[in-house]
Design a protein around this ligand. Structure first.
Ligand code: BDR
Ligand code: CA
Length: 342
């Protein structure tokens, strides 16, 4: 197990109530299937947000995953069509339908008749302090809920999110995709006071899906394993054909956030103050982490009278950032569950 810098909860044994906010998305779809196979989780709802593909597709992909997993007891709620203040930028690597072009039948079930932010409020308020959020898409839905219902910040148990990076972006040199898409939404979440664990590119980039992993999933015999194997095999082939730069396969960004929620020993966490850059034309969406060097505003312009000051005089650790990962430990759990072996 990786040593921890901070006093963090270890794996908990009771069933943990969770809402999964997501924009499926290839790795989101695998994360959902993984989560629905995880006996530690009581998934109260899946809330869909626009991100990798537009909202109508993320909703229908979430519904498809729920049906495939035989978990139609889990409500799916549709959320934001666009980020808080920006036009939606979608991703290219998930294909036009969000699942890399793999077609599953249209879902028979429908989303619930309640917007995602309202569903989050209702579910959290029903069990204050007990419900966590795993957020693996742009943070628009979570931010909308926190803005509309400010008391939620004290009632959400914690937020484990895939997003951000302290070591450079994947969308721009500065920004990771989920934060790039909605920096203002992300800023609301990071400033909310909710305990946030950031599972960013610093660790997810070290968890690459390989041919061996896919073969193991292909050995699984039920519908969930078959669907996961189809998505994963197709993605691996597409990744090779399109010659995506720098990596032999897709990083399992979103599944790592789910795994971190289930088992903190998968990563090593370190406390930071994380602020989201929302202004920079080249840097919006950057997550700026501060633990030792003070976080300062940029040097003042000559024609303005304001002084450059530390944004925060004393260090306030508000975010736990995953800074190291044990990929073998992650893949052991992730692949075994997708393959139906655990
Ligand atoms: C994140 O961006 C999306 O494309 C993935 O689903 C993941 O949530 C990685 O930067
Ligand atoms: Ca995602």
């Amino acid at each position: 197990m990786l040593p921890q810098d901070t006093d963090l909860p270890g794996p908990e044994t009771a069933l943990r109530k969770v809402i999964i906010d997501t924009d499926p998305g290839v790795d989101d779809a695998l994360a959902l299937l993984f989560a629905m196979r995880s006996p530690e989780l009581k998934i109260e709802a899946i809330t869909a947000v626009a991100g990798n593909v537009p909202l109508d597709l993320t909703v229908s992909n979430a519904l498809r995953m729920v049906e495939i997993a035989g978990r139609t007891d889990i409500p799916v709620a549709a959320g934001a069509r666009a980020p808080l203040r920006r036009r939606l930028v979608t991703a290219t690597s998930h294909g036009m339908n969000g699942l890399g072009g793999i077609e599953f039948p249209a879902p028979e079930i429908k989303p619930v008749d309640e917007p995602a932010a309202d569903a989050i409020e209702r579910i959290v308020s029903r069990s204050p302090g007990e419900v966590s959020i795993i957020a693996v898409g742009p943070l628009t839905n979570v931010a909308t809920a926190l803005q509309a219902y400010p008391w939620l910040a004290k009632q959400i148990r914690e937020i484990v999110l895939m997003g951000g990076s302290l070591s450079g972006g994947n969308m721009t040199p500065a920004a990771e995709f989920n934060i790039y898409v909605d920096p203002e939404g992300a800023s609301v979440v990071f400033r909310s006071g909710v305990r946030v664990t950031m599972v960013g590119l610093d660790v997810t980039r070290k968890c690459i899906l390989t041919d061996n992993h896919v073969r193991e999933i292909e050995a699984g015999s039920d519908a969930l394993s078959h669907a996961a194997a189809r998505i994963a095999r197709n993605d691996l082939e597409r990744w090779r054909q399109t010659g995506q730069t720098g990596s032999p396969g897709r990083a399992m960004h979103d599944p790592l956030a789910v795994a971190t929620f289930i088992d903190r020993g998968v990563v090593r966490l370190r406390e930071y103050f994380v602020a989201v850059e929302t202004q920079g034309a080249l840097t919006a969406g950057e997550t700026v982490g501060y633990s030792e060097v003070p976080l300062r505003q940029s040097a003042p312009l000559k024609d303005l009278s304001t002084l450059s000051e530390a944004a925060s005089a004393t260090f306030v650790p508000i975010t736990r950032v995953a800074v190291e990962v044990d990929p073998a430990r992650f893949f052991k759990m992730f692949i075994a569950r997708l393959a139906g072996r655990a």
